[in-house]
Design a protein around this ligand. Structure first.
Ligand SMILES: *Cc1c(COP(=O)(O)O)cnc(C)c1O
Length: 440
């Protein structure tokens, strides 16, 4: 089954030339079904908002909107796309972009499902609107100190890299003060806590740690007269398509000492275990006022939905090493990390099979990080052959143009003339199958 899909991908690459990205709505639907099966096991009703920054291919976003998923947006660019197919009430607003025009755009455009606030500045921004302004539902972004400081349970949680730039600590008084400020203002309705725990989460233990901390916080909020009805659990669930080797201080120390210990590869999220944690905490959460959950999956949905096909442009021998150079660099596949393994499929040559040959697959960039890892083939790779790099749907085509922001203008240093116009939302979304890009 799987190889039929890859064969089809190679066929399409013949027609469209490489490098090319191929989107599979069938793969996407399988992930949608898996996520729906997960939320069906939870002891609370849940709503799902797809994280647009993960991959804002309009066809993908449109597909998910037709399946009843809302949008989670972090920039005006994403808001423009989301509102072309969803109503504001189906959109959750997050991230740094709020203070960069998004908040004003959103407030002018209606009432979103939820705006998750993460700084006192944003609270000031909202409460400055005066008591007669329309009421907006807001959440408070919470960071869990035990998780950001934890050493290596999930692949993403290796080492504390400074304090999070998002949100208030679940401990301490600043979050209580922030909540009280919001609860007292007539033009906001504080109803949620937002807990985005990181990326590529696989273990239930992370959720247990988070919920212990959240329950303590909910108790303190109650004591301060603030009641919360929803938990927005963010995104971060691993897609199950990528093997990531666990790293941490111990692994890194051994590596530095020249002892190449490879971490245990982790791939699929323990959805049963995670659902069980919600079941275990449900009575306590319910007694603290929680009635519903929100989720903001990104990679879980998007990662399997896209593959890339590249061609071998050169095969180079260097002693016993062989490099197959592809016409697609890791700059275009920002998602590809050295400690991760994704499925790779390649065209096999006709002719007699030789003893297995090992190739290092590399991109064309003059940069040592431009490598996809090693593959072993029974038939030699030759220039012109195609290689399919699978599960590249998350943090690839969006990150190519610098995550969620439009390309800035280019101006001549000598005479100040505009050499390349600032990209507008309209230009950005043009020539796509999105509702915005469709010729009217
Ligand atoms: C990036 C992000 C997501 C999606 O994360 P994934 O790891 O792709 O699931 C969800 N919510 C917030 C707030 C994010 O920043």
């Amino acid at each position: 089954m799987r190889s039929a899909l890859y064969d089809r991908a190679l066929e399409l690459a013949d027609i469209h030339q490489t490098p090319v990205f191929l989107f599979s709505s069938e793969r996407l639907d399988r992930a949608v079904a898996e996520f729906a099966a997960f939320t069906a096991r939870l002891p609370f009703p849940s709503e799902v908002y797809y994280s647009y920054k993960t991959n804002y291919l309009p066809a993908l976003c449109e597909h998910l909107s037709l399946r009843g998923f809302g949008a989670e947006v972090t920039s005006p660019l994403e808001w423009d796309l989301a509102t072309s197919m969803l109503t504001p009430s189906e959109i959750v607003v997050n991230g740094i972009g709020k203070q960069a025009g998004l908040l004003d755009t959103v407030l002018a455009g209606g009432t979103p499902r939820l705006i998750n606030l993460e700084t006192d500045t944003e609270i000031e921004h909202l409460t400055a609107r005066g008591p007669a302004a329309h009421v907006v539902p807001v959440g408070l972004r919470v960071t869990i100190p035990e998780i950001s400081g934890e050493a290596g349970r999930d692949p993403s949680l290796h080492r504390r890299r400074g304090v999070s730039k998002f949100g208030w600590s679940a401990d301490g008084t600043p979050i209580i003060r922030a909540a009280r400020r919001l609860a007292e203002h007539p033009a906001v309705r504080l109803g949620a806590l937002h807990i985005h725990l990181g990326g590529q989460l696989v273990s239930a233990a992370v959720y247990r740690t988070a919920m212990l901390s959240i329950c303590r916080l909910l108790e303190r909020l109650r004591a301060a007269g603030v009641s919360i009805g929803s938990l927005d659990m963010g995104g971060g669930l691993a897609s199950g398509w990528v093997d990531k080797r666990r790293v941490g201080p111990l692994f890194e120390l051994l590596r530095v000492m020249g002892l190449p210990v490879r971490g245990r590869p982790q791939r699929a999220p323990d959805l049963d275990g995670i659902a069980e944690e919600f079941v275990r905490f449900a009575p306590r959460l319910r007694s603290l006022g929680i009635r519903q959950l929100l989720f903001e999956p990104g990679r879980f949905l998007a990662e399997p939905s896209l593959m890339a096909v590249a061609s071998v442009i050169a095969v180079r021998h260097d002693g016993h090493r062989r490099h197959a150079v592809l016409d697609l660099g890791t700059n275009a596949l920002h998602c590809w990390r050295p400690d991760e393994t994704r499925p790779i499929y390649f065209e096999s040559a006709t002719g007699p099979a030789a003893a297995s040959t090992r190739y290092e697959l590399v991109g064309p960039l003059c940069h040592r990080s431009d490598t996809y890892g090693a593959i072993t083939t029974p038939t030699p790779l030759q220039p012109g052959m195609k290689v399919c790099l699978d599960a590249v749907g998350a943090y690839s085509i969006g990150d190519w143009i610098a995550n969620t922001w439009q390309r800035p203008p280019v101006v001549s240093l000598e005479d100040g003339t505009l050499l390349w116009d600032r990209q507008s939302s309209k230009q950005f979304w043009s020539l796509t199958s999105s509702p915005m890009g469709k010729p009217s």
